[in-house]
Design a protein around this ligand. Structure first.
Ligand SMILES: Nc1nc2c(ncn2[C@@H]2O[C@H](COP(=O)(O)OP(=O)(O)OP(=O)(O)O)[C@@H](O)[C@H]2O)c(=O)[nH]1
Length: 506
């Protein structure tokens, strides 16, 4: 579903439902019904169920890669519902201060696990699974530390003093506000509109929840007045309303810079590790070994996360370098024969001229053309023609040539060979051997005078100091034309070359 689309039907009905429940709570508060009595608690639990339903509904409508993060929000609401239900059970069976109440306290801390997880994770495809495990371990440590703190402050615990209870409430509030702020930052640092909408909903929920919890926790110390029942339902009502409404235009038009996205995504796990560290220091006041163990673990986990991501980065960098190299090789390669293509010819000639000029050296160029190749194709088919060109290319490329020579497929059935530091006489000898090598391939060709496939070669040479690649190619091309006209299967040299020996081998 497009989060920007207007909303009707179910979500609107859910909004009316949750508002009606909130009004019921308000009415109960006006009637002076204690917030800890069963009726306001039933209504609160009903609000939570409607909220769960609305979040699940969104989960089912979101596209596959985004949908699972809604489950984390559903898990947070679900944990809160279990907390409320456990409290309710304790009220119904009159066992306040017992195991059930303690269990409720545990659930009130556990809701932070999915919240922290959804804030710390980048949810990028391709992120290593080990990073997800580390990101899950940190919220688990936070929950364990918080529960330890809460149990320490319970009657009979090592920290059951009013000062310690306030300290624990301060910690819980700090965590709640950090979650809301981090959700807000994730919203500002997310490019995907679907994810941005998710973090917007999470910010509204966690923000109002943090404010309500701060007031609730402090008021609870003096007994809960009826209006607190209305207050703790507000975050849920707000979440249902957010889900029922289209995305605010500002959120839709906002698009964070890439740097902002990177900063927020890499900043979130740092905050989480720092949170664990601070909480561990607090716990160490009541339980030194546990606090120190948690602090050490958080540092190790963070280091592990950095190490995993760094090694992944190096892998990606290596892969990118390799594919870049491969791409560069492919750009200069002829796909049929695998030898260099025409684009490599002029740059190589320029390089040879630049290197050879100070030494007064000569560069030769051979232009090679397969004889009567059209007739070959017509007789034996285009595929056989491809195989033939590949074999000729192979022979040329594997023939012993002067160092730094380059064999290129010039186009069609035409090849060129750059022979650096090679005077025309030496180029002529090379050409002779190549004529012979191609004929020795013994590729049958009915229209050839010898009965085998042959090539014609035009040779040209230039002093590197006066070299001009284009004119060298043109000169070799003219020589090739003369070799063709003279009967094929021969080498003709450019007469304007520094030295022009006759080189007919036919
Ligand atoms: N199989 C195959 N044929 C090709 C390829 N590129 C060009 N050709 C063919 O090469 C032939 C070249 O024909 P022409 O330019 O007339 O030259 P030719 O028949 O060799 O005649 P001469 O050069 O005068 O000996 C054409 O039929 C092209 O279709 C290729 O990649 N594969």
């Amino acid at each position: 579903m497009d989060p920007t689309s207007s909303v009707s039907g179910d979500p609107v009905r859910l909004t009316w439902c949750v508002l009606a429940l909130l009004l019921t709570q308000l009415a109960l508060a006006c009637l002076g019904v204690d917030a800890q009595a069963a009726s306001p608690r039933w209504v609160f639990m009903a609000i939570q169920v409607v909220t769960l339903f609305a979040v699940f509904r969104r989960y089912r409508q979101e596209p596959a890669p985004i949908a699972p993060i809604w489950l984390l929000l559903a898990a947070a609401v679900g944990m809160q519902w279990i907390w409320a239900a456990t409290n309710m059970l304790a009220t119904l069976i009159h066992s306040e201060g017992s195991f059930l109440t303690n269990l409720a306290v545990v659930f009130s801390g556990l809701y932070m696990i999915p919240c922290m997880f959804l804030i710390a994770r980048s949810f990028d495809r391709g992120e290593p699974a080990a990073v997800a495990l580390v990101d899950l371990a940190l919220p688990l440590i936070v929950a364990a530390l918080l529960c330890t703190l809460i149990f320490s402050a319970m009657p009979g615990g090592p920290a059951a003093t009013p000062g310690s209870i306030m300290l624990i409430i301060d910690h819980a509030d700090a965590i709640d506000f950090s979650l809301a702020v981090m959700a807000g930052l994730r919203m500002l640092g997310t490019r995907s509109l679907h994810k941005r909408f998710f973090y917007y909903a999470a910010t509204v929920f966690l923000g109002i929840n943090a404010i309500a919890a701060t007031i609730y926790n402090r008021v609870e110390l003096h007994g809960l007045p009826p209006w607190t029942g209305v207050m703790i339902g507000l975050a849920y009502v707000a979440l249902v309303i957010v889900l029922a409404r289209p995305v605010p235009p500002l959120l839709r038009s906002y698009r964070p810079a890439r740097r902002m996205v990177q900063t927020v995504t890499s900043f979130a796990p740092v905050v989480l590790s720092l949170g664990v560290l601070l909480l561990a220091v607090s716990v160490s006041r009541f339980n030194y070994p546990l606090g120190m163990a948690a602090a050490g673990t958080s540092v190790v986990l963070y280091a592990l996360r950095v190490a995993i991501i760094q090694s992944r980065h190096q892998d990606l960098q290596r892969a990118a370098q390799l594919s870049n190299q491969r791409l560069q090789q492919q750009v200069g390669r002829d796909p049929l024969t695998g030898i260099a293509n025409r684009a490599m010819l002029i740059p190589r000639l320029q390089a040879v001229y630049a290197q050879g000029a100070p030494y007064g050296s000569t560069c030769s160029l051979l232009m090679i053309d397969v004889d009567h190749f059209k007739l070959f194709n017509d007789n034996q088919g285009h595929l056989a023609g491809d195989v033939c060109l590949t074999r000729v290319a192979h022979v040329l490329a594997n023939h012993p040539l002067p160092p730094d020579s380059l064999v290129v497929r010039f186009g069609g059935e035409e090849f060129a060979i750059v022979l650096p530091h090679t005077p025309p006489e030496a180029a002529h000898l090379v050409a002779e051997r190549l004529l012979d090598a191609v004929e020795r391939l013994r590729i049958p060709h009915t229209h050839s005078e010898t009965g085998w496939l042959t090539v014609s070669i035009g040779a040209a040479a230039q002093h590197c100091a006066e070299g001009d690649p284009t004119s060298l190619i043109e000169a070799a091309d003219r020589a090739l034309y003369r070799a063709k006209s003279a009967g094929r299967n021969r080498c003709e040299a450019d007469p304007t070359a520094p030295s022009t020996p006759a080189c007919d081998v036919s």
